[in-house]
Write a protein that binds this ligand. Structure first.
Ligand SMILES: *[C@@H]1O[C@H](CO)[C@@H](O)[C@H](O)[C@H]1NC(C)=O
Ligand SMILES: *[C@@H]1O[C@H](CO)[C@@H](O)[C@H](O)[C@H]1NC(C)=O
Ligand SMILES: *[C@@H]1O[C@H](CO)[C@@H](O)[C@H](O)[C@H]1NC(C)=O
Ligand SMILES: *[C@@H]1O[C@H](CO)[C@@H](O)[C@H](O)[C@H]1NC(C)=O
Length: 566
């Protein structure tokens, strides 16, 4: 363990010269790089790295901490050439406010560690005690990771500017919590201003710019020229907003990501999917493989703090050829903003983007899969910007155990009435406000929306699965989606089950509920097109992988990825 520190030190020597130079330079800019003084008041068994002004840039630091309602996010910053730590190298360490020599600083393993951008990680920890603080400890040497500087402070979740990006039209898109703007309403832009800088408490080094549009949780503003030109320095710059009557918001948003300026004539993919999920790893394989078969080419997974096996499932899917990526989206009640973020990410490579959940399956009934539907409704040159698809909710279909062939083959009985629709949108057609509600976006002129008939395409929503599965959803809803339940209460009273409102107790007839129409359509299609003739297995079943490995060992290597049918 000492070994690693020494190795790091050796690497640092070569970089030291440049770091020192950079530091002298940045000291001039920042004026002060102070170290939080409270640290010295603790006495505990951990070592604090002595950050003298000459080497503070060459060590791993905590850039910011955000306290969410149920966990803390710690943003770590690595100097160049440092080895990245894994979840197992670090501990969350807690200090209570009334700390004195008797307190040792409780430690706990992190919930999860995520790679953010280059040389950055986000570590998720359980919440510190009320009034206390959380930090990170390097297990091998007992060192507590220092805060970067006075801006590396701890933020409450709201108000906060939590993310931002530079858009291709040279505007900055800032994602803001705490504005409390009404849904679907454009606000007067002059009520807001964007502010760029490193430390918003130092008015000297701030740049201001005008806002172009403001709606929901998204403020779009002009990026100042000096930032557009000075790429290198802009890497670290933060953006925040000033709102009339509300003042300057705290911010952790560094819009380092620059969306491509030029969009290629021919995009890499015709059809992509954005989804936001939490703990759905068990359902991902079927959902991705099935959609690949009907013509989806790219998946953007916005992960809302999963603590299941999702990393492994995604790496597996990547390893067998699916173009799928995971983006941490830990923010609370920000689905609309997350979809807008995803639409911008997808714009340069996707003609169309579907916004559906992992328990929803596009069920195409005409020739040509997704391509056929798009071709039919939005021929090249047409001004269709959104295709709306009706959804139908499936029930447990008499099952009591999770169907091992997957949901599409397992669940075959549904409600007769349709739910609200879901949309496939053309990211080029989005309104610059990026307004969206319940899965559909406002479009910019001259784009229009079309509806598809259910005889052409519908969404099979496996909403009420076997009790074991549904129960989890229930717990999650009670905790966080209370409003959803209430919403559904109004939509159809059949959704509500006596006793379900307050207690997760299985109703005696659960297995047979929500069953009005037998619908074997997708089941038959999947069996016909995806079942392995010899083994009778579907490619997402775990036995299939096993079988494939055996077959591979015998024969030559065969690509595993399911080829689209069309
Ligand atoms: C964005 O800014 C860059 C640098 O100032 C400039 O070259 C480019 O033309 C601008 N693009 C747009 C769409 O305004
Ligand atoms: C996945 O898609 C992106 C565009 O969305 C593309 O840049 C990338 O090369 C693709 N990756 C693979 C492995 O095909
Ligand atoms: C993500 O999960 C948290 C619970 O940890 C919940 O409060 C939040 O609303 C979820 N975010 C979204 C965008 O659904
Ligand atoms: C964007 O949406 C707003 C309100 O939804 C509308 O007033 C405006 O005209 C739209 N912008 C364009 C370019 O169509």
């Amino acid at each position: 363990m000492k070994d690693r520190r020494r190795r790091n030190a050796v690497v640092s020597w070569s970089a030291l010269f440049w770091c020192t130079l950079l530091l002298v330079f940045s000291t001039i800019i920042f004026t002060t790089l102070i170290f939080s003084p409270f640290i010295t008041t603790f006495s505990h068994p951990f070592k604090w790295i002595k950050t003298t002004t000459t080497n503070s840039r060459a060590t791993i630091t905590i850039r910011e901490t955000v306290i969410l309602p149920d966990q803390a996010l710690i943003f770590l910053n690595y100097p160049p050439s440092f080895r990245l730590y894994t979840k197992h190298d670090l501990s969350c360490v807690y200090f209570s406010p009334d700390d004195d020599s008797s307190s040792r600083g409780v430690t706990q393993p992190p919930i999860q560690l995520h790679l953010a951008r280059l040389r950055e990680q986000i570590v998720r920890c359980t919440l510190p005690p009320r009034g206390g603080t959380v930090s990170l400890l390097i297990k091998s040497n007992g060192v507590v990771i220092p805060r970067q500087d006075s801006s590396g402070s701890t933020h409450e979740w709201t108000p906060l500017v939590y993310d931002a990006l530079f858009d291709r039209d040279n505007t900055t898109v800032a994602f803001v919590k705490g504005l409390n703007l009404r849904p679907e309403k454009l606000m007067e832009p002059s009520r807001f201003q964007c502010i760029y800088g490193w430390d918003f408490t130092k008015p000297k080094f701030l740049l201001k710019s005008d806002v172009v549009s403001a709606a929901q949780e998204i403020i779009r503003c002009k990026t100042p020229k000096s930032i557009l030109i000075g790429k290198a320095q802009a890497q670290d710059i933060k953006v925040t907003i000033h709102a009339k009557d509300m003042g300057v918001f705290p911010s952790i948003a560094r819009p380092g990501l620059r969306l491509q300026h030029t969009t290629p004539k021919q995009k890499a993919h015709e059809m992509c999917i954005c989804t936001m999920l939490r703990n759905q790893a068990g359902f991902m394989k079927e959902w991705v493989m099935y959609h690949a078969k009907i013509g989806v080419q790219r998946w953007f997974i916005y992960d809302n703090n999963s603590d299941d096996d999702i990393e492994n499932v995604i790496s597996f899917l990547q390893s067998v050829g699916y173009n799928i990526s995971q983006h941490l989206w830990p923010w609370v009640k920000t689905q609309e903003a997350g979809f807008a973020h995803c639409a911008l990410q997808a714009r340069s490579s996707c003609d169309w983007v579907g916004f559906i959940d992992v328990d929803e399956f596009f069920n195409v009934k005409i020739k040509g899969g997704m391509h056929g539907v798009i071709w039919h409704h939005a021929k090249p040159g047409s001004n269709v910007g959104e295709i709306r698809t009706p959804c139908y909710s499936f029930g447990p279909s008499g099952l009591r155990e999770v169907p091992k062939e997957g949901v599409a083959v397992g669940y075959t009985c549904r409600l007769a009435a349709r739910e609200r629709h879901k949309s496939i949108v053309r990211p080029e057609a989005l309104n610059q406000s990026l307004i969206n509600v319940v899965h559909h976006f406002h479009l910019g002129a001259p784009f229009v929306t079309v509806d598809v008939e259910k005889s052409e395409m519908m969404i099979n929503h496996y909403k009420y699965q076997v009790w074991k599965v549904f129960k989890e959803k229930f717990y999650r809803r009670v905790a966080t989606y209370v409003a959803d339940w209430q919403e559904e209460q109004n939509v159809g009273s059949r959704d509500r089950v006596p006793g379900l409102g307050t207690k997760p107790v299985e109703p005696a007839d659960w297995a047979n509920r929500f069953c009005e129409v037998r619908d074997n359509g997708l089941r038959n299609w999947v069996l016909r097109n995806l079942e392995d003739r010899r083994t009778r297995l579907l490619p997402w079943q775990s036995e299939f992988e096993h079988h494939l490995r055996k077959r591979r060992r015998r024969k030559e290597k065969k690509p595993f990825m399911i080829q689209p049918l069309f």
